[in-house]
Design a binder for this molecule. Structure first.
Ligand code: NAD
Ligand code: UDP
Length: 328
């Protein structure tokens, strides 16, 4: 059940040209909102919003949130999704990644405070680091290496959460923090470096499929439409939330199991090859979504098989020229 109360709301989506942000904009536009997307196109793409090119209720502003923001209208709602999210991308310029979470989130919080807007911060399961507790509940403070190569993202997002809760305490801002777990679906970038996009693209191209480490590390994968539904419910909720909310799919599997499933679904002749496990790669990850279920009446509905089917179909079209021709 989707609560349709977005009609006429003025909504800012920072990072709206990215994978999750563009699906969120689709849902907001479908719900009747007027949307401004602000994005530097660092990892996002115009193509993700191309189908909305003639939509009068969508404006696009190209800007980097680490810089002073350009003049913007007043908003009722602000979603902050701006931040590179895949390890190769966020590690390419770690200082900029950290500044995006700290300076960028700070600027957007000020904008929301000045407008009296409700603010949602897209945080991450990475705030739990390599977790010592399993599954991860929001009350767990995490196990993050503050000086390693993932820290620009993990600690950046932790700082962004701190800033967000400080704006609530200090300025009475109406805030929400979503701790998003691994999400996948159409519009991921083929060169993203994340496991789902890598494995699907490698399988479709008949290339070697890269498994980092022994493949025994686990993740829990959420389809993007489920995740967007959770973000909307979190933003709309009127009940006191009193802290962050995990959003993700609790079905946990090893990377090896994911690879086997994609291999079966694509019937690829690809070989599986091992690569070194990246530094600080978390061993286990599964969300405890009790708070989302209780407070938002939300849980994911799309099975991994259904979600992978849609994602494989999308990547088949996206990378079509690279596919080997079927033999006749
Ligand atoms: P994405 O890279 O596709 O989207 C991020 C968007 O932010 C891109 O459009 C990028 O151009 C933009 N951006 C980055 N830095 C910016 C800056 N300084 N100024 C303006 N725009 C900037 O990634 P995504 O997977 O869609 O992730 C969206 C959000 O959700 C991110 O904040 C990410 O941390 C969070 N998240 C995603 C996942 C996931 O599995 N996809 C998991 C946890 C959290
Ligand atoms: N991974 C892998 N092969 C790849 C890409 C990633 O085995 O081609 C592994 C990676 O080491 C991690 C898991 O898959 O253990 C999920 O990686 P991803 O980058 O998708 O997400 P994150 O590590 O941020 O959860």
């Amino acid at each position: 059940m989707m609560v349709a109360n977005g009609r006429g709301l003025r909504v800012l989506v920072a990072g709206g040209a990215g994978f999750i942000g563009s699906h969120l904009i689709d849902a907001l536009i479908g719900d009747g909102a007027r949307v401004t997307c602000i994005d530097s196109l660092l990892t996002g793409r115009h193509a993700n919003l191309a189908h909305l090119a003639n939509e009068p209720r969508l404006d696009f502003v190209e800007a980097d949130v680490t810089e002073p923001l350009p003049p913007l209208p007043r908003f009722d709602r602000v979603f902050n999704l701006a931040c590179a999210a895949s390890p190769p991308h966020y590690q390419a310029d770690p200082v900029h990644t950290m500044m995006t979470s700290v300076l960028g989130t700070g600027r957007l919080l000020e904008l929301a405070r000045d407008a009296g807007a409700r603010f949602l911060q897209a945080s991450t399961s990475e705030v739990y680091g390599d977790p010592e507790r399993h599954p991860q509940q929001e009350s767990y403070w995490g196990n993050v290496n503050p000086t390693g190569p993932r820290a620009c993202y993990d600690e950046g997002k932790r700082s962004a959460e701190t800033l967000t809760f400080d704006f609530e305490r200090r300025h009475g801002l109406d805030i929400r923090v979503a701790r998003i777990f691994n999400t996948y679906g159409p519009r991921m970038r083929a060169d993203d470096g994340r496991v789902v996009s890598n494995v699907i693209c490698q399988a479709l191209a008949g290339d070697d499929i890269t498994v980092y480490g022994n493949g025994e590390q686990t993740r829990s994968f959420c389809y993007v439409s489920d995740l967007v539904g959770g973000l909307l419910r979190l933003m709309r909720a009127e009940t006191p939330l009193d802290g962050p909310v995990n959003l993700g799919n609790p079905r946990e599997m090893t990377v090896g199991e994911l690879v086997d499933l994609v291999v079966r679904m694509t019937e690829t002749p690809s070989r599986i090859v091992r690569r070194p496990l990246p530094v600080d790669d978390p061993q286990r990850r599964r969300p405890d979504i009790t708070r989302a279920e209780t407070l938002l009446d939300w849980s994911p509905k799309v099975s991994l098989e259904e979600g992978l089917e849609a994602t494989i179909a999308w990547f088949s079209r996206e990378i079509a020229p690279r596919r080997p021709l079927p033999s006749i």
